[in-house]
Design a protein around this ligand. Structure first.
Ligand SMILES: Cc1cc2nc3c(=O)[nH]c(=O)nc-3n(C[C@H](O)[C@H](O)[C@H](O)COP(=O)(O)OP(=O)(O)OC[C@H]3O[C@@H](n4cnc5c(N)ncnc54)[C@H](O)[C@@H]3O)c2cc1C
Length: 373
């Protein structure tokens, strides 16, 4: 494996760094889980788009710059190192877009991708249901055939930022007689459509973006079906691969956080505390290992998405716990970056498919052990 960057890649890094240095807001934006913060992050998406940095790896016709996977990894490193805002469009850009590139029509790509890239349309993922989380194939929401399209009914829940998002993508049972994984269709629907009710889920921190979605015979035209009718599970598995692989949680995010942890250690640590020094070093080494795994994936040697997901979600918790231990009582007070990041890190082993389920998948698919379910 060649660990050197080419001159073109170094040039790409310098251009990204230069643009970010000029444009990243000096003060952090309000949380994107609030109405005000969501709106501010949407404006930031537009700024990124206008600069040509919103979706670097997409083809130019959809708002990208046709960057390679290595260049995308470089961009992500620079993005997080610059302390740039979280991506309010992440569910669209990281999950729906790759699914459309594989399963969508040319018409869907041309219609959906440019407004997604500019933040004009922000997407939510509407997969989970009250009785279908880990066992997604047991979902009950239905798509019933009608003239020119489908009528969607049912309830979705735990939909990140759906309270403020514009559109959602989800799976619906279009053939109740077919087996669990068969007879599912992948559809898109507007969150302000007739028959859609979005209700924020009360979170302990009071931030209202997380929502449940109720659908009552919501009409969706045929052109908003992704892939083939009845083949939704196949398309959904390509979304899940992106959610668990590098796309949603890029190595740059963890490398930047690990560098911030090292800086915190320099500022706060008792030099005699070798135990803490070793913990900080351990976290940094893991972030670097994930970074190198990213570059290996860019050269065609990627790891299993479930293993990837277990790794980044556990690293995120370790990283934040180490920071809070360094900060001591100070870390417990207020809404500091580290305290908020730690709370969010605790959700990592749950969203994108729980780590228990991912371990099952690694056992079955990677190790070839007998099915436990
Ligand atoms: C921060 C956050 C954001 C989210 N965002 C979204 C979103 O945007 N859109 C969306 O659709 N969903 C979202 N989710 C929901 C998430 O996908 C589900 O929480 C997850 O799939 C687990 O489903 P569940 O909560 O129903 O738990 P359950 O499936 O009921 O699982 C409960 C526990 O049992 C374990 N378990 C279940 N089955 C097995 C088994 N066969 N073997 C071993 N252990 C098992 C699980 O690992 C878990 O520990 C989000 C969740 C969180 C926490």
């Amino acid at each position: 494996m060649d660990l050197e960057f080419s001159a073109a890649e170094e040039g790409f890094r310098a251009a990204a760094r230069g643009w970010l240095a000029e444009h990243v807001p000096a003060e952090p934006l309000p949380s994107l889980e609030t109405e005000e913060g969501f709106a501010a992050h949407r404006v930031w998406e537009r700024t990124l788009f206008d600069g040509g940095w919103s979706v670097v790896s997409w083809p130019e016709e959809y708002g990208g710059r046709g960057a390679s996977l290595t260049e995308w990894l470089i961009f992500e490193e620079e993005y997080y190192a610059a302390g740039a805002p979280g991506r309010v469009s992440q569910n669209g850009i990281s999950l729906l877009a790759p699914t459309l590139f594989t399963h969508g029509t040319r018409e869907q790509l041309a219609r959906i991708l440019p407004p997604m890239a500019s933040g004009e349309t922000v997407w939510a993922q509407a997969w989970s249901e009250p009785e279908a989380g880990s066992d997604l194939a047991s979902l009950r929401s239905t798509a019933v055939r009608t003239e020119g399209g489908w009528l969607l009914s049912g309830q979705k829940t735990w939909s990140s930022r759906a309270a403020f998002a514009d559109w959602a993508f989800g799976l619906f049972r279009s053939d109740p007689a077919a087996g669990r994984h068969r007879g599912l269709t992948y559809l898109m629907f507007p969150l302000d459509g007739d028959g859609v009710t979005v209700r924020p889920i009360g979170r302990l921190d009071g931030k209202p973006a997380f929502a449940e979605i109720f659908l009552d015979e919501v009409f969706v035209p045929d052109e908003d079906v992704i892939g083939e009718v009845g083949q939704g599970w196949r398309a959904a598995m390509s979304t899940a691969g992106n959610e668990r692989g590098l796309t949603l949680r890029s190595p740059g995010r963890f490398m930047a956080a690990a560098e911030r942890l090292v800086a915190l250690w320099r500022e706060k640590a008792d030099p005699g505390d070798t135990g803490m020094r070793d913990r900080v070093a351990d976290v940094w080494v893991k972030a670097r290992a994930y970074q190198l795994a990213g570059y290996a994936a860019a050269s065609g040697k990627g790891i299993d998405p479930s293993m990837n997901k277990i790794f980044w979600s556990e690293l995120d918790i370790e990283l934040h716990e180490t920071a809070l231990d360094l900060l001591g009582a100070e870390g417990e007070l207020g809404e500091g970056d580290w305290a908020e990041g730690w709370i969010f890190s605790l959700a990592g082993p749950i969203y994108a498919g729980t780590n228990e389920i991912q371990r099952d998948m690694v056992a079955e698919r990677v190790l070839g052990l007998p099915k436990g379910r």
